[in-house]
Design a protein around this ligand. Structure first.
Ligand SMILES: Nc1nc2c(ncn2[C@@H]2O[C@H](COP(=O)(O)OP(=O)(O)O)[C@@H](O)[C@H]2O)c(=O)[nH]1
Ligand SMILES: [Mg+2]
Length: 325
């Protein structure tokens, strides 16, 4: 007899929309059975190509994603779209907004769109996003487009889930400088200057290109393209460039290298998270820490000694120095 989880896995693999929605809720709400579900789906979703689209709020990321997905649909390919916008002040607001801006796509059965709610811890958001991407990948889509706001470290962590990272900027005074500060120059494989109808697009292009020329990766020099997402101008070239990068990742081995690194980090994260949870919640060490905190506060004992006590109580070597552990 098939279990509930097996049934759900089967339905998600078939691309059954209601099953996909249910599976996503399981992942987002951390419901029981989530792990079994992801285990079943992982081997199918493993190699789905992920294109990240990141940049400041209002740069035109959603409009571009809509266009890119539209091209894939013209070729008869299915697409997954995941939008993460932690700067959105209303829970659920991002979904509505994207629905409004993606009127064709939200009713197209070949497109799976999901906006991530900003519930829970921000680290939890990165984790949930990664898992939703795995889920959508498993439905048999050709690619997953992952929109993130490139503003902080958590957002950069999410962006690292992608195979190709597209950085979207607009010609506004200081936008290039902001991008450099936010670490976007290091992570971008393709740079897009959107709203190229505005003044300063060419200047920003030259500025970006001079910074990118200093990057070490010689095999792929990130191109800088100009687009007007709302009219579609330049988006054909952009889609071609994304395709070129996708081919480059395959043929150079760079895609495999990135995936390997990502998966190692992912497994380590799962182990660490589980260990941490067990240690604090299930082994009574939280009480141990709480009981010692006053002493640390008042300078009667140092944090290192308390950490050693906790490790000993948890049955681990107490030494805080690395080598002999
Ligand atoms: N003038 C101009 N407006 C654009 C262009 N691309 C997008 N927009 C508009 O910019 C606003 C923000 O776009 P959106 O895709 O939601 O940005 P996001 O926050 O990066 O996802 C919307 O009103 C778009 O219609 C463009 O190339 N030129
Ligand atoms: Mg958006």
């Amino acid at each position: 007899m098939r279990t509930d989880a097996e049934e759900l896995i089967g339905a998600v693999l078939d691309g059954d929309r209601r099953a996909v929605a249910r599976a996503i809720s399981m992942v987002e709400d951390q419901l029981p059975g989530k792990v079994e579900l992801l285990q079943g789906l992982y081997t199918r979703g493993n190699h789905t190509y992920i294109c990240g689209v990141t940049g400041p709020p209002g740069a035109g990321k959603s409009t571009l994603v809509d266009k890119i997905a539209g091209y894939a649909r013209q070729e008869g390919k299915q697409v997954g779209i995941v939008c993460v916008d932690p700067t959105s002040p209303f829970s659920g607001g991002a979904l509505l907004g994207d629905r409004i801006r993606m009127p064709d796509l939200s009713t197209d059965p070949g497109v799976f769109i999901r906006s991530m709610a900003t519930r829970g811890s921000r680290g939890g958001l990165a984790r949930a996003t990664r898992e939703v991407v795995i889920l959508l990948g498993a439905t048999g889509v050709d690619q997953v487009l992952l929109e993130t706001v490139g503003v902080g470290q958590i957002e950069l962590d999410i962006a690292e889930t992608a195979d190709t990272t597209m950085v979207v900027l607009v010609p506004e005074s200081g936008d290039g400088i902001q991008a450099m500060k936010a670490g976007l120059m290091e992570i971008g494989d393709i740079f897009v200057i959107n709203k190229a109808d505005r003044d300063g697009a060419e200047g920003l292009k030259i500025e970006l290109e001079s910074v990118l020329a200093m990057r070490e990766d010689k095999e792929w020099v990130p191109p800088v393209l100009k687009t007007m997402a709302n009219t579609g101008e330049g988006t054909t070239e952009l889609v071609e460039t994304v395709q070129e990068h996708r081919s480059f990742l395959d043929r150079s081995g760079e895609g495999e290298r990135r995936r390997r690194q990502r998966l190692a980090a992912y497994v380590m994260e799962i182990v660490l998270e589980t260990l941490t949870r067990r240690l604090w919640r299930e082994s009574g060490l939280q009480e141990q820490l709480d009981g010692r905190l006053d002493d640390v506060m008042e300078g009667r004992i140092d944090p290192f000694t308390v950490a050693e006590e906790i490790l000993t109580a948890g049955g681990m070597p107490a030494s805080l120095e690395g080598e002999d552990a």
